[in-house]
Design a protein around this ligand. Sequence first.
Ligand SMILES: [Zn+2]
Length: 470
Amino acid sequence: MTVGILDRYARLLPALLLALVVANPSAQTPITPDRNSYSLADDIKLGQQAVAEAKKQLPMLNDDRVDAFIENVGAHLAAAIASELRHAGFRYTFDVVNQKEINAFALPGGPMFLNRGMIEAARSEAELAGVMAHEIAHVALRHGTAQATKGQKFEIGAVAGQILGAIVGGAAGSAISQGSQLGLGTYFLKYGREYERQADLMGAQIMARAGYDPREMANMFKTLEAKGGRSGPEWLSSHPNPGNRSEAIVKEASMLRVEGNGDSGQFQSIKSRLAGMSPAYTAEQIAKGKATTGGRPVGTGSRRVVHVEPPANSFRTYQPSNFLRISVPTNWNEVAASAGSVTYAPDGGFVEGDNGGSAFTHGVQVGVVQGGGGTLQQDTRQLLQILARANPNLRAAGTPRRETIGGREGLTTPLSNVSPVTGEREYVVLSTTQLRDGVLLNIIGVAPESDAKAYEKIFRHVRQSLQIAD
Ligand SMILES: [Zn+2]
């Protein structure tokens, strides 16, 4: 009888298995990054552009002790990223925004912004580390550009702006995407379930290697859910529950070994330090230009008197993207094309602020966002929530009505807002329709309330001129 090679290896197999178990005591769920047509350099460049905008638009806390604490926690987590997902040139940086709302966002290539409200909401350093590890996972898995890869065929305006906006989301998203008060751009209403599931699992793995119990991430989600409020913390709506979130994190945690103790022991003293400071700014204060960083104003608020010619009765057709045609009054021009949207406004109807922001008081903006995969009504409602966060005075001014947009089922919602430029009430009308792959096309018309009647006729004409080929 010959001893086959297979037999020989079969005898070795148990030993091999044992060796594997010893070398890797913490089994973990493997995570495969999604298809991505952007380069690592694209991620880095887009992230850096957004950082510059974020710092212009948002009030930074600039407190050495708080910053040092956050950077320390962040650096530990970043060092725990699995080697195969450490990308050359990615640099994980951490800034604290002096803003009350519970939110955080991370940009491609590594820069993260944490609102002071998020630190104040956490009950422990490990809970805060849970949010940070989850955000780091989105960056390392390059979810922003992966998501943008899917929506590429619906680009409007500048590509860079579109992707940039795509990543940020939330109120900060609209501020950053183009600094427009009623701007939306193409960012995603939220990450999809699969990306959330991946960020939860990879975040848990990062936490364990950095010396934090991953179950604290599940606890942080519960802490945030308990915060309630009108629509709950912003961060939860842009990072929705992929289903059985807590159970999945706890299950992953049971397979992981927490390596050492990552807790710095400084969390309570940092919280007391924050409690002793003057209150953080609200989104509304930031939107009104009342926030400062080191004495320098940030945000887009500015009030000025503007004279604007009434809309012409003749129309001109534009093609802002290869899938889209739109007609606007001949005395309106394309004034801003970025972040997945394009704005048409008359002279004086579009104001660029001194600190990088811009707002429009007259005209229309057409844009695309990646919807949440819901019905037209659901995705529209979510878009409205995001708009309301960036525009705290935005109110419904009637019930949404069905209207054919670009030859397909659409929804038109009348709204009322206070203009950040003039401080006067303004009429806003939002129309939406769904494109392929869950993309939501939106058209926003804005005019002073006193001219609402005349402008509504024009807005309807503009909406009805839309031609969509998706
Ligand atoms: Zn997430």
